[in-house]
Write a protein that binds this ligand. Structure first.
Ligand SMILES: [Zn+2]
Length: 374
């Protein structure tokens, strides 16, 4: 969810638009121009409705941005770096670099967003009344009134007590404060979120069956979104928690083999992968490192093409290799592996390769640890 169009920076934080945002922007402007405004103000032209729809959708976008900036500002003030804010189909997402170190900070960051939306709702309500008083019958009043409503809905929606929604983070902070255990607190908040999401999906389906197709579909869709976010959020926290005390040297594979870049993929499979049961091989010619080839690279070659394909055609060449050092933190290493979309990371110390890290290995290692409960 972090790819998109870069817009501008606020407090040094990069604001981006996810492509899905254009869909929701269009949908909102359209539903306002065709449905909401004609119903509220039956006396206006279609052009006016569309103009109102577009302006309102833009102000809604600003409202969501202010909500996220409010979270980000409190996080920054608590010493937590923000990697960026992406506005996507269901609102916004501030990418926090790490989990808050205590329940109090978590609570402050979580409440900041809904507090900003509540303040915006108040401002828009007062503005709507003010415009009504000064210029009776002005369309600006209708725009402000809608923004009052939608910011109110944003407060209610974000306070749903399921992780990773703001309400879920508040719940997590409370359980964290009481139990002193972040992992347990995350699980409680995540399970609550999934249960609420499940109820929303059921309610949505019931609404569809009763003939309220659009309302039901929206509720079910939002429920589905919360459900997957809650499950994913928990997995991520669990993973980060397990990785925080590990170093690259604990996760790397020390038993690595070197192969020649002119070797065919068929030979690589027969003579190396199957015999030595390794997942990654360093590629070197006459002692010089050329790159790395991993099981994932081989999987991309169709079996009948393996004879004619050479290792150098599928390997990650040395110039493109990211390196890690043995003392690098587990979370740093995994984020390097995932964010730059690389599959393997040689662990190098004083110019010598000490081992190889593969994303699959790290994930399997974590899976093993969680199964053993260590
Ligand atoms: Zn929020």
């Amino acid at each position: 969810m972090d790819k998109g169009i870069k817009l501008f920076k606020v407090f040094g934080i990069q604001i981006s638009l996810n492509y899905s945002w254009f869909i929701i922007f269009g949908l909102i402007a359209w539903s306002l121009a065709q449905g909401y405004f004609p119903q509220m103000r039956p006396d206006l032209s279609l052009t006016t409705y569309w103009l109102m729809g577009l302006i309102t959708a833009l102000l809604l976008f600003l409202s969501v941005l202010l909500h996220e900036l409010s979270h980000s500002y409190v996080a920054l003030a608590s010493g937590i770096e923000i990697k960026g804010i992406t506005l996507f189909i269901f609102g916004g997402l501030a990418r926090i670099s790490r989990e808050p170190s205590d329940a109090r900070t978590e609570f402050k960051i979580a409440i900041a967003g809904p507090a900003a939306s509540l303040a915006l709702a108040l401002v828009f309500w007062l503005s709507s009344r003010g415009v009504d008083f000064l210029m009776p019958g002005s369309v600006i009043s209708s725009i402000f009134y809608y923004l009052f409503l939608i910011n109110g809905i944003l407060v209610a929606f974000n306070l749903i007590p399921g992780f990773p929604m703001d309400g879920g983070r508040i719940l997590r902070a409370a359980v964290w404060k009481i139990t002193g255990n972040l992992r347990k607190a995350t699980r409680v908040a995540s399970v609550t979120g999934q249960a609420i999401a499940f109820l929303m999906i059921l309610f949505g389906i019931w609404q569809i069956l009763r003939g309220f197709f659009f309302n039901g579909m929206w509720i079910a869709l939002i429920g589905w979104f919360i459900h997957s976010a809650a499950a994913r959020g928990y997995q991520q926290v669990l993973m980060k928690d397990m990785l925080k005390d590990l170093r690259a040297k604990d996760l790397m594979n020390r038993d690595f083999e070197t192969v020649s870049s002119d070797l065919s993929v068929q030979n690589l499979v027969e003579d190396y992968v199957l015999k030595r049961r390794e997942r990654a091989f360093l590629v070197s010619d006459a002692g010089k490192l050329r790159g790395i080839v991993c099981l994932e690279d081989i999987k991309g070659v169709a079996p009948d093409l393996r004879d004619s394909t050479k290792v150098k055609d599928i390997m990650t060449p040395e110039a493109k290799l990211e390196m890690a050092s043995p003392e690098d933190n587990g979370n740093e290493v995994l984020s390097k592996l995932s964010s730059r979309n690389i599959r393997q990371l040689p662990v190098v110390e004083e110019g010598k390769v000490q081992g190889i890290l593969c994303r699959g290995d790290v994930l399997r290692f974590l899976h093993l640890r969680s199964e053993l409960g260590v």
